[in-house]
Ligand binder design. Structure first.
Ligand SMILES: Nc1ncnc2c1ncn2[C@@H]1O[C@H](COP(=O)(O)OP(=O)(O)OP(=O)(O)O)[C@@H](O)[C@H]1O
Length: 218
């Protein structure tokens, strides 16, 4: 589902964020991506989302070489992917419902369909009863779950997360991980970048480790 072949990424200032990275993640697989700060984790996720382009090598998603995608193809590509960030990036001038509905509005779904999908996503993260509230009134863990609902509302084939438990305590972190496991059990391919080695060691999943832009295991 996700394939990197000898991928390097050099930023314009000349910094090599990824060096000759090769791995593949099968459809329906779940894995962690770890490594020190600056090791290249976010860069690797950005290449998958087409927020950045590889300098060398090939990144393919579902067998399609991303280098073939033009700017106009990017929205189509992103519809296959859900992304969860550490700082969830919710809008505090809109309700929980509207936050989760945002990607569907952008993709042009009709209102009835949006209602069904948003409620199904909120139900999956256990927050259906909070749909009318402003997310600012929710706890940090609940806000993160809203961010997850928004990431999966369009039923993406691939779910990426960048430090999704970064500011959560261990119990809430486990709860968030259980949600990712559930989506994975339903067939979603999941890749989670995290510093939290203790959490990773308790989970029965493959771990890809970056060190100075090189993949040292995986
Ligand atoms: N837009 C950019 N321009 C130039 N250099 C960048 C850019 N983004 C990242 N870098 C550099 O690339 C390297 C890898 O950064 P990246 O954010 O991918 O690492 P990371 O493993 O996600 O780090 P962290 O865990 O701290 O978020 C770092 O040295 C960083 O300074």
């Amino acid at each position: 589902m996700i394939k990197f072949d000898n991928v390097s990424k050099r930023y314009p200032e000349g910094h090599d964020a990824l060096r000759d990275v090769s791995f593949s993640l099968n459809r329906g697989e779940m894995a962690f991506l770890t490594g020190h700060s600056g090791a290249g984790k976010s860069t690797l996720l950005k290449l998958i989302m087409l927020m950045e382009r590889a300098s060398r090598g090939q990144v393919s998603i579902a067998g399609q070489d991303l280098a073939q995608f033009s700017r106009d193809d990017i929205p189509y590509h992103r519809r296959r992917i859900g992304v969860v960030f550490q700082n969830h990036q919710l809008l505090f001038d809109r309700s929980v419902f509207e936050n989760v509905a945002l990607p569907l509005h952008i993709s042009g779904y009709d209102e009835e369909d949006i209602g069904k999908r948003v409620r199904a996503a909120l139900d999956k993260v256990g927050l259906l009863h909070k749909e009318k509230l402003n997310p600012i009134t929710l706890s940090t863990g609940e806000q993160q779950r809203i961010g997850i609902a928004r990431a999966i509302v369009h039923k993406p084939q691939v779910l990426l997360a960048d430090e999704p438990t970064g500011n959560l305590d261990p119990a809430l972190s486990e709860e968030i991980m259980r949600l990712f496991m559930e989506f994975n059990l339903h067939g979603t391919t999941v890749l989670i970048a995290t510093h939290d080695l203790a959490l990773v060691s308790r989970m029965p999943y493959r771990t890809l480790t970056l060190d100075q832009g090189r993949l040292i295991n995986g």
